[in-house]
Design a protein around this ligand. Structure first.
Ligand code: ADP
Ligand code: ZN
Length: 523
């Protein structure tokens, strides 16, 4: 043991907290005993203590990999306030300060070193660490190692060297991204396949969630703000474009609200001012693009609205998660409309990303559409995106409170699933729909799919309706989109009882039989 003592003691004495939260204790015990692992906790869940305490309790230096200089500096400053000897090492540090850090390291003065990945994986750095006793490696924001995420950082790609070069030093990876694909990728890249996964629940039960097709945006927002605002707490309206953020702030002001605007195009001084007023004002409402994110720590954000479809369940979750940090009731409302998806798809296709990345983005977008068009508990679907199975409907989302009109779509579901199977699970949605509609495209004839018994069995529905059926099957977990390969549709285990007629499928009427005005239309 080091000079700092037992974990619980360190928690009380050094950090001044009365007890561990959630999974913290389990993670800390495991790491103090020398174990490696991956920790999934939502933002604000308390990941830092999970590695800070073991670093203090174990002999040697705790090395923390962090992708952002600002984040490192913040944490180091906070630790120094608690009299813990910590320092940051990164590319923006002047050489003389970097030398001073190394001096403290060599003399064994430091307990925690925050370091950027590119600095850590330099040969010279690794060689010096070889000579030292390292208590543990913490890899913060570990999703940066995964190419599946929105946040891939090439510098993280060199991190596998840690497992090879320091096999006996525990590695603790931490992230708030819990989608199953990213998780597996992190485990593989960081050599954590055989180490435990600590997964905290991502549910935020105090946030009531709802979604509706956008038909008269201002009226819908007005009504939402009226019911969701408590007169003192803040509100957030996320808009798809800068222009819309400006317009929204304008009409809210005309309505008499204390409205603010934020987007990446503002001058730095205007940004600071917006942040300041958002942090302090009573009943302020911020209209912003997703550029407004970092550093919002106001606990009493009472509501978050989206005027446009977010690009992924992860983004939506993160944005609505800014509400209700005080644990009191908060509300989230999503508006979505015709064109949102078409535009989002277009943006993905036009982006400079690799084909693989585009497929991943597409799949995330489709998952988001699945949430928007949910016919069963929205929270269950959202949590499923994070690999979490909520056994019961939440009873608090709009779908649970006001169930939509459903019809028995078992036959349509069977046609779709059997078309997917008959074509060999090797094709994307467009091709499968062509087969259902009996379109003898070149691809259809090339593969002989015009000879299949399912060819043309879906002429009773439109192309848009079939896309609606597919999205709902994805939302209900009967179909998967295999983004690792070519975005082909793959039936899951839940498809079998549907095909055998043992499991009826209920679909939302307005999304399939007569796509409502303002609802999602596929191209
Ligand atoms: P994350 O990195 O998961 O987003 P942090 O580690 O920054 O979360 O912790 C979020 C907040 O919760 C911080 O203000 C931290 O001081 C506080 N916190 C963490 N653990 C505890 C605890 N056991 N008791 C009280 N407060 C805690
Ligand atoms: Zn629900």
């Amino acid at each position: 043991m080091s000079e700092y003592g037992e974990p619980l003691d360190v928690l009380h004495r050094v950090f001044g907290y009365t007890g561990f939260r959630g999974l913290q204790e389990e993670v800390v015990r495991h790491a103090v005993a020398g174990g490696s692992g991956l920790v999934l906790m939502p933002t604000g869940g308390g990941k830092s203590l999970c590695f800070q305490i073991p670093a203090l309790c174990r002999p040697g230096l705790g090395v923390v990999v962090s992708p952002l200089i600002a984040l490192m500096e913040d944490q180091v400053a906070a630790l120094r306030q608690q009299d813990i000897k910590a320092a940051a090492l990164h590319s923006e540090l002047p050489p003389d300060e970097a030398r001073a850090v190394w001096r403290d390291l060599d003399s064994g003065e430091l307990k925690l070193l925050y370091v950027s990945p590119e600095r850590l994986t330099l040969d010279s750095t690794l060689a010096r660490l070889d000579e030292m006793r390292v208590a543990l490696f913490a890899i913060d924001e570990a999703h940066c190692v995964s190419q599946w995420g929105h946040h891939f950082r090439p510098e993280y790609r060199a991190l596998p060297v840690l497992a090879q070069r320091f096999p006996r030093v525990p590695r603790l990876a931490l992230t708030a991204t819990a989608d199953p694909r990213t998780v597996t990728d992190i485990q593989r890249q960081l050599g954590l396949e055989d180490s435990p996964l600590f997964r905290a629940s991502f549910d935020r039960p105090n946030i009531a969630i709802s979604a509706q097709p956008r038909d008269h945006e201002r009226g819908q927002l007005r009504r939402f703000i009226k019911t969701a605002s408590d007169g003192t707490g803040a509100g957030l309206i996320y808009c798809g474009t800068r222009r819309k953020a400006e317009q929204t702030a304008d009409w809210l002001k005309q309505d008499g609200y204390d409205s603010l605007v934020f987007h990446a195009g503002l001058e730095p001084s205007a940004k600071r001012e917006a942040h300041r007023r958002f942090a302090r004002g009573d009943a302020v409402v911020m209209a912003a693009t997703i550029a407004f994110g970092m550093g919002i720590d106001r606990p009493d954000v009472r509501y978050v609205a989206h005027t446009d479809l977010p690009r992924s369940p992860e983004s939506w979750y993160q944005e609505i998660g800014r509400a209700g940090r005080d644990g009191l009731p908060a509300q989230a409302q999503l508006l979505y409309g015709a064109g949102d998806i078409a535009l989002a798809r277009h943006r993905i296709m036009e982006s400079g990303a690799s084909d693989e990345q585009k497929r991943v983005e597409r799949q995330r977008l489709e998952a988001m559409v699945g949430i928007a068009e949910a016919s069963t508990c929205r929270r269950q679907i959202l949590l499923r995106c994070f690999g979490e199975d909520a056994p019961e409907p939440c009873g608090a989302c709009d779908i649970c409170l006001t169930p939509p009109r459903l019809f028995d779509g078992t036959v349509a579901a069977q046609k779709m699933l059997s078309a997917v199977l008959r074509t060999g699970r090797r094709f994307g949605l467009g091709h499968v729909v062509d087969v259902l509609l009996g379109k003898a495209t070149q691809k259809v004839t090339q593969f002989g799919h015009d000879q299949l018994p399912t060819f043309g069995v879906g002429r009773d529905l439109t192309e848009a309706a079939w896309r609606g059926v597919a999205r709902q099957l994805v939302a209900q977990g009967a179909l998967d989109v295999a983004v690792e390969n070519h975005g082909e549709l793959v039936p899951t285990d839940a498809a079998r009882p549907i095909l055998k007629g043992e499991q009826p499928v209920m679909l939302r009427e307005e999304l399939v039989t007569q796509p409502a005005r303002g609802s999602l239309r596929a191209r």
